[in-house]
Design a protein around this ligand. Sequence first.
Ligand SMILES: C[S@@+](CC[C@H](N)C(=O)[O-])C[C@H]1O[C@@H](n2cnc3c(N)ncnc32)[C@H](O)[C@@H]1O
Length: 282
Amino acid sequence: MANNLGARIRVVNNNNDTALDAVRTFWNEHVDDWKVARSEPGSAEFFREIEDYRFEKLHYLPRLVNYAGYAGQSVLDVGCGVGNDTSRFARGGARVTGIDLAPRSIELAMRNFQQRGLAGAFHVMDGERLTFPDDHFDLVYCHTVLQFTPHPDRMLAEIHRVLKPGKHAIIMTINRHSWMQAIQKIAKVDIDYLDAPVFRRSTIAEFRRMLRMFSSVRIVAERFPVKTKIHRGLKGALFNHAFVGTFNLLPRALVRRTGHHLLAFCDKRTAAGAERRDPDEH
Ligand SMILES: C[S@@+](CC[C@H](N)C(=O)[O-])C[C@H]1O[C@@H](n2cnc3c(N)ncnc32)[C@H](O)[C@@H]1O
């Protein structure tokens, strides 16, 4: 497939699933965090703006995810978007592969890597039907994707299948009982992508049940209020100047379970069935 940034993109496993088609169409038109970028799409500055915004919101991610800890190892980023996190793993020396259902995302991820002088393999591919062999990757990473795919159980089964025994996956989803869901209901504040064709929230217990194929799972609730650049007017001002400060005065231990993002660190059983933990694992 030719695309308007000049790269050639191979669609690996196109199918006739109408639910997936709707998801693909939506994400082709809603590249994540695109709206914060002011620069020319595809320029180095454009990717920098998107990345800066992402890691301002998700400032805890580099503390929880050791992006530099996979040098020489194979990392798969499922639903990689424009390749923000993929590029962090690549900069840390990992051999990265990014897949995404939306051709536009893959086009931009490839451009992002080109702009940064990084190497990576990218494919338009359905994360519910990965074409990689069993036991193939040292890390499978999947951030802000599971809640948007029509059959999350299929995606999780695929993540588990392509992960090497004894290695781990890092998978994120949205918390059904989060502070953000609460203010969305009370103050009618918009949440990004509520209009996506699929948008599912899970409780911590439900997420744990979905991850039952892994031999051990640790779930961390994160993503607490930070000032928004997206919402303006009175609601934006109240949120930024009253809500964020007040909420963050509450002891974290008290509100921990209301974190908007649930981040799961999941081990795949070793071939021998014994647990093995990497020293850098969280
Ligand atoms: C909110 S974006 C997140 C992008 C990136 N992971 C990040 O955190 O910046 C969601 C992405 O998931 C992708 N996606 C949704 N369902 C998918 C599926 N079944 N297979 C592969 N990608 C999928 C979308 O195309 C979109 O690029």
